[in-house]
Ligand binder design. Structure first.
Ligand SMILES: [Zn+2]
Length: 469
């Protein structure tokens, strides 16, 4: 893309690659990073100049910066712009409801309104214009193609259709690609039983959900006498919203349960096209960073300075083709390591090889050790006695010492007849405590629970119970 390519980009709406093509846009996806960087930089320059010109918020936000927001010339200059946080959006939208002064198009041109549910404070609102919605569909189609989706497939979207943009993002991408879309939804009483019935009847070939939901659906299906390997026909599943799709034991369990492969995806709702972090059909776990669609910097959690490949930090995202409510240098609060990997797909994007394995705010600090729940999940799920769910209970004893207790379900056969005999369960309890202590570096207490003890989640699992105050 030469320097004077029009921005925002317009894509031909009827283009679909040939069925056997590995790529939607071979040149862009496989060129060397050195060749791609000027293309990305040009998009960023246009994006930031546009936002600065049209948004009163960014005019104020960039008042004292040392670079010219209307002419960003390098990634180093980009990194001089302040980081935008969820709290900034909340405050701005509180002062200037409903969108804040982020909106760069007339309000009557808003085509979709999405947002976050606001479980932890004031909800945030995203106004998305019609052209942006088309570009989101295009980006998601391109990425779903890399995940292996083809027009002959049918996609069951088994997540809630609401303000939550995840389901809609999956739907529009699959539609644009030309697959058959089956927007089943989730969350209503009895809906998972019906999902199992429909999946057995209609035999969709791809599933979009959360990893927790895929496991729940399998449990429900089995309780109805269905065999997820035989009665369903899922060829692959793509997930977002939880780290599980890059947690090896979780991944393996779902792949074996359904006889399918899994693709991990997802940045943040605010950053839709949220699939710009995505694995492909070849990548064993982790996600490629499709930088030309959403530019991702990895920064140090404290200093916010960009970190080199190979290190762990926090993704900070910038839209590259958003005209309605662009987010520039948006702080994710997630934790990941980035690197270049040789993926058999041949794409040349940097990759988060372990996916997003935690959040700066769900990282538990126990006696000075940083612990991500996904690490504990990996250990539990790799044990054959594991019963399907667990909780992490954090307490502080009178000596001000943190105590971590893992409450884990164990399989009925490991539990039955022994529940009234604590000594009989002791070896298993000690084995689990030992493996977790070796992995995370701190001693834990383990409580064994019968299968079914904990509520199954249909959305994002909340597994940490922090009783420290
Ligand atoms: Zn790949």
């Amino acid at each position: 893309m030469p320097a004077n390519t029009p921005w925002p980009p317009r894509y031909p709406r009827d283009f679909v690659p040939s069925e056997d093509s590995e790529y939607w846009d071979k040149e862009l996806e496989t060129m060397s990073p050195e060749q791609r960087d000027p293309i990305i930089l040009e998009k960023l320059r246009s994006q930031i100049a546009y936002a600065h010109r049209n948004s009163r918020f960014y005019q104020d936000f960039y008042r004292d910066v040392s670079v010219d927001p209307s002419d960003i010339r390098s990634f180093e200059e980009l990194a001089q712009l302040p980081i935008l946080t969820k709290e900034d959006i909340r405050q701005e939208q509180e002062k200037h409801p409903p969108y804040g002064r982020f909106l760069c198009i007339p309000e009557e041109q808003v085509f979709r309104v999405h947002g976050t549910s606001g479980t932890t404070g004031r909800p945030t609102v995203f106004g998305i214009g019609g052209d942006d919605w088309i570009r989101i569909a295009e980006a998601h189609a391109r990425i779903l193609w890399s995940a292996g989706l083809r027009p002959r497939d049918s996609v069951m979207v088994a997540s809630v259709f609401s303000l939550y943009v995840g389901s809609w993002g999956a739907l529009v991408g699959a539609e644009r690609l030309g697959a058959a879309c089956f927007p089943f939804g989730s969350g209503a009483p009895g809906q998972t039983e019906r999902a199992a019935e429909w999946a057995a009847m209609l035999k969709p070939t791809a599933l979009y959900a959360t990893p927790s939901y895929a496991m729940y659906l399998a449990e429900v299906a089995k309780s109805m006498g269905l065999d997820p390997r035989k009665d369903f026909d899922f060829r692959f599943m793509f997930f977002s919203g939880e780290p599980g799709a890059s947690v090896p034991a979780t991944r393996k369990q779902i792949e074996e349960t359904y006889d399918c492969y899994i693709v991990d995806m997802g940045s943040m709702a605010e950053m839709t096209p949220w699939m710009s972090n995505s694995g492909c059909r070849h990548l064993d776990r982790g996600m490629h960073l499709w930088l030309d669609l959403v530019y991702t910097e990895m920064v140090d959690p404290q200093s916010h300075i960009p970190i080199p490949l190979g290190s762990e930090g926090v993704p900070v995202y910038t839209h590259t083709e958003r005209t309605s409510q662009p987010m520039i240098r948006y702080w994710s609060g997630d934790v990941a390591r980035w690197d270049m990997v040789d993926c058999p797909c041949g794409r040349t994007y940097p990759t988060l090889p372990l996916g997003i394995y935690g959040r700066t705010d769900d990282m538990i600090i126990v006696r000075g050790q940083n612990i991500f729940p996904s690490r504990i999940e990996d250990i539990l799920r790799s044990m054959k006695e594991f019963g399907g769910e667990f909780r992490l209970v954090l307490e502080r004893d009178s000596g001000q010492m943190d105590r971590l207790t893992i409450q884990t379900e164990v399989e009925a056969s490991s539990y039955a007849n022994r529940e009234h005999d604590p000594a009989a369960l002791k070896p298993l309890r000690e084995q689990i405590a030992g493996e977790i202590r070796r992995a995370i570096g701190v001693g834990v207490a383990v409580e064994l629970k019968p299968p079914g003890e904990f509520e199954r989640t249909q959305f994002k699992a909340r597994r940490i119970i922090d009783l420290r105050t």
